[in-house]
Design a protein around this ligand. Structure first.
Ligand code: GLN
Length: 518
């Protein structure tokens, strides 16, 4: 971005000191988007006009000595699953192609109140279901470190736009790893807050008991600043926690003496790439050299994490996505062709059977127009992965299977949570890999959903337990792809996570490396 710092914190300070204007900073982002997004494909929609107007407004108020917000003039990109008033919010789905929300998500409202400049909406897996951004109904986003590889997902657009320096930071969402995993694969910092720390109002629901929005940034310092702007209780979200949010930036440099890091024995088994393991072990040594003590711990039920998550998340999704029926809002199938289809079926039924009783039965078996409207709308509006989840979830919730699948998964979820509670009696943070391997090739796992689900091994348990987790860059593969380190903390201890990550980033430079897109 030319003379614009890619540290959002520096940029904010430069703006405050008048070394740069928000119009200049925003223009630099838009220029960069123009230069590289044709190749990266992170943005679904760039709101150049809106961003420039917001930037000019902040500059004007600042020059008049009027008060400005915490993030005054700093550009940001939003995952296209957060409702933006008057701006399309597609969720990466054909279903919401033309949906324009009449209100802002609370996260978006808070960003506007903080005077952040919204550049546009970035790509994701459809309804945040996926780990590669290949499930977007529009196009796949590419990893800026290697354009033939996936950026991770579902917040792949959010990660790629930051890694490629099109925006200094962004907002992503994480239901089973969708902030941390793309952050790891794109070499940036991604924080999933405690469940309830950030309001879900206006965040289009995937799995309501797991979803959280959070910062995707270059550094822990930036994540602290962004979390400060978006965290806090919200009466519009009944699951939002009524726990005061600290000033994360003010706590960043507080000492971390005697930090006890839990090394999860269960993490270092089959499936973990040797390059990722080596980078994580080196990161542990760095923490030790900074005075941390490591303790071997076990999360014995984490091996059931994937199975549990892939019951609970689809169950909640099947319920949440029932609203896309072609009536309330969003996509609707073409009604004249649907009615013609029903009429043709009726004629065929009448013609095919000789006796009138059988003909009547055949006609009665045809959908009513309303049912056909639902069916066609959903068949045409949803992509294959969303359909798979709706079917899995509907099955697991159906009478006769509910106890065996959904109820059982809820019980295992409790055991996973208990494991964390027990572990955090002896350690302050849990340290380990974010993903089993670095970014894979586009298309490599697209036809193998199970292989894709297994990528979420290390991230889903934090969502199931409701605890916060952060991924920070900690190394690079021989092929030059970023590797992510995950730290997890007890509920509402984001400050501890950020302090540890910040300490690590003061003595390492992985977070300062940028892909070459020239
Ligand atoms: N990859 C996981 C899934 O497909 C996580 C997605 C997310 O966190 N939104 O469900």
């Amino acid at each position: 971005m030319g003379s614009v710092s890619t540290s959002a914190t520096r940029l904010r300070d430069d703006l405050a000191a008048g070394r740069i204007s928000s119009v200049e900073a925003t223009r630099a982002c838009l220029d960069r988007i123009h230069q590289v997004d044709g190749r990266v494909q992170a943005f679904l929609r760039v709101d150049a006009e809106g961003a420039m107007a917001a930037a000019a407004d902040v500059d004007r108020r600042r020059s008049q000595g009027l008060p400005v917000g915490l993030l005054a003039g700093v550009p940001i990109a939003l995952k296209d699953i957060l409702c933006t008033r008057g701006q399309p919010t597609t969720c990466g789905s054909k279903m919401l192609e033309r949906f324009v929300p009449p209100y802002d998500a609370t996260v978006v409202r808070k960003l506007r109140e903080a005077d952040a400049v919204i550049l546009g909406k970035v790509n994701l897996d459809e309804f945040a279901m996926g780990g590669s951004t290949e499930n977007s109904a529009y196009f796949p986003t590419r990893n800026p470190w290697d354009l033939e590889r996936v950026p991770g997902g579902s917040s792949g657009g959010s990660a790629a736009c930051v890694a490629a320096e099109m925006a200094p930071w962004s907002i992503g969402t994480d239901t089973g790893g969708s902030i941390r995993q793309p952050a790891a694969l794109c070499g940036i910092t991604g924080l999933k807050p405690t469940y309830g720390r950030v309001s879900r109002f206006g965040l289009v629901a995937f799995a309501s008991s797991l979803d959280q929005a959070g910062p995707m940034t270059h550094s822990a310092e930036d994540a602290a600043l962004l979390l400060e702007a978006i965290a806090g209780h919200d009466p519009l979200d009944a699951t939002s926690a009524d726990v005061p949010a600290p000033r994360y930036t003010a706590e960043l440099d507080k000492p971390l003496d005697g930090l006890r890091l839990g090394l999860v024995r269960d993490h270092y088994g089959a499936g973990l790439s040797s390059e990722v393991e080596a980078a994580v072990r080196e990161a542990v040594r760095i923490f030790e050299s900074l005075g941390a003590r490591t303790v071997d711990i076990s999360l014995p039920h984490s091996k059931y994490g994937i199975a549990t998550y892939y019951v609970i998340a689809p169950c909640e999704a099947s319920s949440n996505l029932a609203r896309y029926d072609g009536v309330h809002f969003g996509y609707r199938t073409d009604e004249p062709s649907m009615l013609a289809e029903l009429e043709a079926e009726r004629r065929a039924a009448l013609a095919s059977s000789g006796d009138s009783a059988r003909a009547e039965a055949a006609v009665a078996a045809i959908d009513s127009p309303l049912v056909r409207l639902y069916r066609r709308t959903r068949a045409e509006g949803f992509g294959p992965e969303v359909k798979r989840r709706v079917m899995l979830g509907t099955y697991a919730l159906s009478a006769g299977y509910y106890d065996a699948y959904y109820l059982k998964a809820l019980k295992v979820r409790r055991l996973i949570r208990n494991d964390y509670d027990a572990a955090f009696e002896n350690v302050d943070l849990i340290i380990g890999p974010t993903t089993p391997a670095a970014a894979y090739r586009l298309g490599e796992k697209a036809n193998d959903p199970l292989a894709m689900y297994l990528e979420d091994l290390y991230t889903v348990t934090a969502n199931l337990a409701g605890v916060p987790g952060i991924s920070i860059p900690c190394g690079s593969t021989a092929a030059g792809l970023p590797i992510g380190l995950q730290l997890q903390a007890p509920a509402f201890q984001e400050s501890r996570l950020l302090r540890a990550a910040h300490r690590f980033q003061r003595v390492t430079d992985w977070h300062l490396r940028r892909p070459d897109l020239s």
